[in-house]
Design a protein. Structure first.
Length: 347
């Protein structure tokens, strides 16, 4: 199992939508952790190019994250009134939004790419692929890790043959990795979910959500995880493609919120005006994502934080603006110190 071979039990979260870069992925792998490359919102061809760039920058293991196809398309009567309200809101800022549409994020082509050009790990969010798909990836040497947000999802991923589970707590930034978004979606904190899953299932676990320090890495390892997955902690890394307006928001004490306002799917980001004024967003992903994309692009270009999806975990103000390798090194040193302190206290 690759988790047992890592020099440092730190996994980079995928950070799709801009922050993920081949340089960041390679830097984390070169530092002894496991770099992850996000394929979300990329075509299979773009993913192939990013793979080549990553391979040119590291000889270490790394993985690729893929969004599993969501149930859809959503009904127009569900999302159209909301989209029109956002359109009117955006026009007051002089911006035209996009048209909602459905997409499977080039799912089949990406799976074929990863079968023909294998990587050590393929991770999934938004669902668990069927046993056949996981088997094809395993046959070419890839481990398959599935993101889960509840004990029920963990059991389903185990039944499908997942090699490991990424246990995502409610503290995590960005989209919830839940298999199906729904109004009564259970939202478990990380430590509670880790305990529940570990008590019921025997599978390697990677903990994700609100981990920003070495002490937090040590805590999830003590709770039974084989490694900690960190995303927000790397958003200020020099190699990250994080937009300047996003970087500024991460340095503030502004709290985060769970919202569907930007994409029609539950996600955590720094609170801003758009979130506050669009609390009625329906469940309609990726239709709403494509509708708001031009508005968010405008906000990044103009430096307007009120219209950008500032994805971030609850501990975002602890993120460090350093080279990724130095972030990994600091986290590892802090984790070792925390573990040594715990052991000393027991004597």
């Amino acid at each position: 199992m690759l988790l047992d071979e890592l020099a440092i039990p730190i996994v980079l979260a995928p950070l799709g939508g801009g922050p993920s870069t081949p340089r960041l992925t390679a830097a984390v792998s070169n530092a002894g952790g496991l770099g992850m490359l996000a394929s979300a919102y990329l075509t299979a061809q773009q993913t192939e190019q990013a793979l080549a760039q990553t391979r040119a920058a590291t000889t270490g293991p790394f993985g690729v994250n893929v969004f599993a196809p969501v149930v859809g398309p959503a009904r127009q009567d569900v999302y159209r009134p909301y989209v029109e309200s956002v359109r009117a809101w955006a026009r007051r800022k002089g911006v035209e939004i996009g048209e909602p549409r459905f997409s499977d994020d080039d799912w089949r082509a990406k799976i074929e790419l990863l079968v023909s050009q294998p990587v050590p790990v393929v991770t999934f969010a938004f669902g668990c692929p069927d046993r056949e798909t996981l088997g094809r990836l395993r046959e070419v040497g890839s481990e398959t890790w599935v993101t889960i947000t509840s004990p029920a999802e963990a059991a389903a991923a185990l039944a499908a043959g997942a090699d490991a589970l990424i246990v995502q707590g409610s503290e995590a930034g960005g989209h919830r990795g839940s298999f199906v978004d729904r109004p009564d979606l259970p939202v478990y904190g990380l430590l509670a979910l880790l305990q529940l899953v570990r008590a019921e299932l025997d599978r390697p676990l990677v903990a994700s959500g609100g981990i920003a320090t070495g002490a937090a890495v040590a805590a999830v390892l003590a709770a039974g995880a084989r490694a900690a997955q960190l995303g927000t902690a790397f958003l200020l890394a020099h190699e990250a493609g994080t937009a300047d307006v996003h970087r500024r928001a991460l340095r503030t004490d502004q709290p985060t919120a769970l919202t569907r306002a930007f994409t029609g799917r539950l996600a955590r980001g720094v609170r801003n005006r758009f979130i506050a004024e669009h609390r009625d967003a329906p469940i309609a992903y990726p239709e709403i994502h494509y509708a708001t994309a031009p508005l968010r692009k405008h906000g990044r270009e103009q430096g307007d934080p009120d219209v950008v999806n500032l994805w971030a975990g609850e501990a975002h103000r602890l993120a460090l603006e350093l080279p990724a390798a130095e972030i990994v090194s600091r986290l590892a040193t802090e984790a070792e110190a925390a573990i040594a302190e715990m052991r000393a206290a027991r004597r």
